[in-house]
Design a protein around this ligand. Structure first.
Ligand SMILES: [Zn+2]
Length: 337
């Protein structure tokens, strides 16, 4: 930003007035219907031929990627959204190494923009009297609290915010073995656990939002051992661990913006997690984790009974029976091995 420009340090709280329609998603300025940005940006639509492809939203409605737009004022679009998209596009063009080199905060904001965009569309749908979602977000108090907490950190896309001694999310980057991986683009999410994943060529990005990095800390060994070209079935297993782990997370961090001093050019956030009166994670249950595996392994049609053959140790392609990292050269593996 030019040295002369004083950054706008006004925080925005869209949840108080439920200003999701006709207001910029980042700053709340009233917008016209034409003032909007794509949830999945133009370059993604082009690069992965998503035009005409459909995505299923939480209310079970199916929409085309190119129709997923959220209100955004021209100033936020040109100053914050477009530069962010351009930066990630450039990194993606450089391949896995480019995406690995991106700063974590950039990825947090980029993944957060799509995640929040989908959530805004859900909330807008719920305001439509003709649509009756199965699980309305706006009536789920805990979900709304999480969303508000998320938005507090996510508005770092517009307001210069420094997170003091914490990262707001767990971000994971995995690489697939290109020889075993025919799928260029994939996207999935779990809005209730604030988890989002997107696959760009051989890179799989995963984010668990507002966990202050707790999940990544809990999974640090598995994550470290997964830093190698993986078979997609192994990536799916890693994702099952993230999705299930996020589901066990029992705390919602609180964020506290420090008072802004005159002349300040950024806001400092502190955070607090109540780990005194409650456990951070609920206990891990293999049977429930097995269901998560079954879901993520759908493409390979691995039956639940196979996954749970040993109830104390659900099926794994990341690790062998002795707990050592496995290398998969093919799936299914050649017999006689
Ligand atoms: Zn704006």
């Amino acid at each position: 930003m030019p040295a002369s420009a004083t950054p706008d340090l006004t925080l925005y709280y869209p949840f108080e007035d439920k200003h999701f329609a006709d207001h910029c998603f980042l700053c709340g300025t009233p917008t016209t219907p034409a003032e909007a940005v794509l949830v999945f940006d133009e370059w993604l639509l082009e690069r992965y031929q998503l035009r005409g492809q459909q995505i299923q939203l939480l209310d079970q409605s199916v929409q085309a990627y190119e129709n997923l737009r959220i209100p955004c004022c021209p100033s936020c679009r040109t100053r914050y959204v477009e530069p962010l998209e351009a930066q990630v596009q450039e990194a993606a063009q450089a391949g896995a190494a480019g995406l690995q080199a991106l700063e974590e905060k950039t990825l947090f904001l980029w993944l957060g923009k799509m995640f929040y965009g989908i959530l805004v569309l859900e909330l807008l749908n719920e305001l439509n009297p003709l649509i009756k979602p199965q699980y309305p977000l706006s009536e789920n108090g805990q979900m709304l609290r999480r969303l508000q907490a998320f938005f507090q950190t996510f508005q770092a896309l517009r307001v210069p915010i420094v997170f003091e001694d914490f990262t707001p999310a767990s971000i994971f980057r995995l690489e697939t073995d290109p020889g075993q991986d025919p799928i260029a683009f994939e996207y999935d999410d779990d809005l209730t656990t604030m988890t989002f994943s997107i696959k760009l060529d051989n890179t799989v990005l995963l984010a668990c939002f507002i966990d202050n990095g707790l999940l990544r800390q809990a999974m640090r060994r598995v994550y470290q051992q997964a830093q190698r070209p993986l078979h997609p079935v192994q990536v799916a297993e890693f994702k099952a661990r993230v999705y299930y782990g996020a589901h066990l997370l029992n705390v919602v961090p609180e964020y506290f913006p420090r008072p802004v001093q005159p002349g300040a050019d950024h806001i400092v956030y502190d955070t607090l997690i109540d780990d005194i009166t409650r456990e951070i994670f609920n206990p891990w249950e293999n049977s429930a984790y097995g269901q998560s595996l079954q879901q993520l392994w759908q493409r390979w049609q691995i039956p639940y009974t196979d996954i749970m053959r040993n109830p104390a140790q659900p099926l794994s392609y990341l690790y062998d029976a002795q707990g050592a990292p496995r290398t998969l050269t093919a799936f299914p593996e050649p017999t006689g091995k």
